[in-house]
Design a protein around this ligand. Structure first.
Ligand code: SAM
Length: 199
């Protein structure tokens, strides 16, 4: 277990119990972001860094009973909170590092990742691992239910040009990782970048 992983687990373990109650109004924003993945009945979708599973209900609704929904997270306490909220009824929950997924290559049609990328120790390698588990042509959604500027203001800091999620930086990072960015929205109420797996 790396120092980064231990830090992530400590950080989110401390916040797991009241994670959902801190952001009670985010549900529709998650549903709208999931809608942009273009999922179809029967599709297989991975929620990378699923946390308490807030995206699992709209993901399940999008793929239907015949689809497959898997939520993977590094922090046991977040997954426990997901179970307490009944989200294990919506998908299979897995304790796993998105940088080394115990999943077969090409086994998913899409990846949804909310609030994940800023926590990754090796973003390019980790995005490559997400690419590995989807089939060519699959879509990746990097989502946050708050825009970069609004998040920075909430945290009492300023956005700098080297921000990983600044449009040119993210486009380049995705490209180096085998993804082509197809859309980018950064407004107060949401951040959503979509990318397609290059062959
Ligand atoms: C900001 S929270 C977002 C949780 C959830 N996606 C949501 O939108 O409510 C980030 C989550 O990513 C998880 N995470 C961070 N690094 C990870 C990694 N390498 N592998 C799997 N999960 C990771 C954390 O444990 C945490 O639950």
């Amino acid at each position: 277990m790396s120092d980064n992983h231990t830090h992530v687990q400590e950080f989110f373990t401390a916040r797991a119990a009241d994670w959902d109650s801190r952001f009670p109004d985010d549900g529709p924003t998650y549903a709208a972001a999931v809608a942009e993945l273009g999922l179809r009945e029967g599709d297989r979708v991975l929620d990378a860094g699923c946390g308490t599973g807030r995206a699992l209900p709209p993901l399940r609704a999008a793929v239907g009973a015949s689809g497959i929904v898997v939520g993977a997270d590094l922090t046991w306490a977040m997954l426990e909170a997901a179970v307490r909220a009944g989200r294990d009824q919506k998908g299979l929950l897995m304790l796993a590092d998105v940088g080394a997924l115990p999943l077969v290559s090409g086994s998913f049609d899409a990846v949804f990742a909310a609030g994940l990328i800023a926590h990754l120790p090796h973003p390019s390698e980790n995005l490559r691992e997400l690419r590995r588990v989807v089939r060519p042509g699959s879509t990746l959604a990097l989502f946050h239910p708050i825009g970069r500027a609004a998040l920075a203001a909430r945290q009492g800091r300023q956005i700098t040009p080297d921000d990983l999620r600044a449009e040119p930086n993210l486009r380049s990072l995705l490209s180096r990782s085998g993804w082509r960015m197809t859309s980018y929205v950064d407004e107060d109420a949401r951040f959503l970048a979509l990318a397609v797996r290059e062959d």
